[in-house]
Design a protein around this ligand. Structure first.
Ligand code: SIN
Ligand code: CO
Length: 393
């Protein structure tokens, strides 16, 4: 499926991170990629993050998965929503839904969450910290969108859910299958199912908070400094100590020196690039473990590549690359591989199935890198006999 009627450049210029946008069925051929009962099945599996939100007389109640298989039969007439996170890691046809949105780089993409709702159900008015494309997959949903919110926006009292109080909609639309609502971070939204069998696919993004960056990078730098041979001696020094007016003062000159010590240690951009690539590609749900029992055999890998064999990517592993002079750093599942040919990094970050160009497949170093990626569980050799409908096992 692809976005046949969608102007990406225009969307980025006018809507992305700026304002909500209703995109009426832009697909040439929308087909709902997952059946409701398959979604319900996923919600019963351990290792799959799911939530059930029921709208009862006393308001919304939240239950976390995995759900017992008989839970759905006991739900009764109250409207309910089932939400399942990262379904793209379990269902290839759902992973394929991300592809049309890769005009936003992979490192900004989080996962595909799917909701299933009965008539009148919804998760209540709220806002998210991240951009989201809400694709109506099956049935109909009425979406109301409100103004940009922040931490000061009044909340409804609720133990488990962050719901906006006094939600005042500025726009309202009924979405039919294939329609998409784009909502930037912070904008209030509230979707209510019109009729049963309402499925919504949320293509969710991520963006690091400054606090996370400072905390993570700072801890990394501190660890690296501790590893230095004479770490204990790398400290504030004042052989030029002047007499000062009052012993209680931390002078501006001392502060300048202290501040510079801290900032200089954090300023190494090349080290930051490595750290960020590793941090950003860590798996959110590492349960999908493709590591072989025996380390991969480089000769077997080289032979497979020489025969034009393809590689398949672990759907739970995140990949990204950073150009580094004439080479690239390839990041896969939190590991950094340096000195990679940029064309090879591009090919490996291309998609779920990787077919290397013969010139790349035969280059010295390619088999070694692919072998390392197989051993760490990021890739497997594709023998063309995989059941494409089932990654889960
Ligand atoms: C839903 O699919 O019901 C909720 C999705 C969202 O608001 O982010
Ligand atoms: Co939301």
């Amino acid at each position: 499926m692809h976005l046949a009627h969608f102007d990406i450049a225009r969307f980025l210029a006018t809507a992305w991170q700026k304002q909500p946008l209703l995109i009426r069925n832009p697909w040439g051929d929308w087909a709902n990629p997952l059946e409701p009962d398959e979604l319900a099945g996923l919600a019963c599996e351990a290792g799959v993050e799911s939530r059930l939100i029921v709208r009862g007389r006393a308001g919304l109640t939240l239950e976390h998965g995995p759900l017992a298989e008989d839970r759905f039969a006991s739900l009764g007439a109250d409207p309910w929503t089932l939400l399942v996170q990262a379904v793209d890691q379990h269902v290839p046809d759902v992973a394929a839904l991300i592809e049309p949105f890769r005009f936003v780089p992979d490192w900004r993409i989080d996962d595909v969450m799917i909701s299933y709702a009965t008539d009148g159900a919804g998760v209540g008015p709220h806002y998210d910290q991240y951009d989201v494309f809400l694709i109506q997959g099956l049935g109909r949903r009425k979406w109301r969108v409100g103004p940009r919110c922040n931490a000061a926006t009044p909340r409804q009292p609720h133990a488990d859910l962050a719901l906006i109080a006094d939600f005042a909609a500025t726009g309202e639309w009924v979405l039919e299958p294939g329609d998409i609502l784009y909502v930037p971070p912070g904008f209030a939204h509230d979707g209510v199912a019109l009729g049963d069998d309402c499925m919504t696919y949320s293509i969710g993004f991520r963006a690091p908070a400054r606090g996370e960056l400072v905390e993570g990078w700072g801890a990394h730098v501190a660890d690296a400094l501790e590893e230095m041979p004479d770490a204990a001696a790398d400290r504030y020094a004042d052989p030029d100590l002047p007499l000062q007016d009052h012993p209680g003062e931390i002078t501006s000159a001392a502060l300048d020196r202290l501040h510079a010590m801290a900032l200089e240690a954090l300023a190494d951009r090349a080290a930051f690039a490595r750290w960020f690539g590793q941090m950003n590609t860590q798996a959110k749900y590492p349960e999908t473990d493709w590591r072989p029992e025996e380390p991969a055999d480089p000769a077997e890998v080289a032979a497979h590549l020489a025969q034009g064999g393809a590689l398949r990517r672990n759907p739970a592993h995140r990949l990204a690359f950073i150009r580094d002079g004439a080479a690239a750093l390839l990041f896969a599942d939190g590991q950094c591989h340096a000195g990679v040919q940029p064309a090879l990094a591009e090919a490996l970050c291309g998609g779920a199935l990787v077919l290397l160009d013969p010139s790349l497949a035969g280059t010295p170093g390619t088999a070694a890198l692919v072998t390392a990626l197989i051993s760490q569980g990021t890739l497997v050799l594709d023998h063309g006999d995989d059941d494409d409908d089932d990654w889960a096992d």
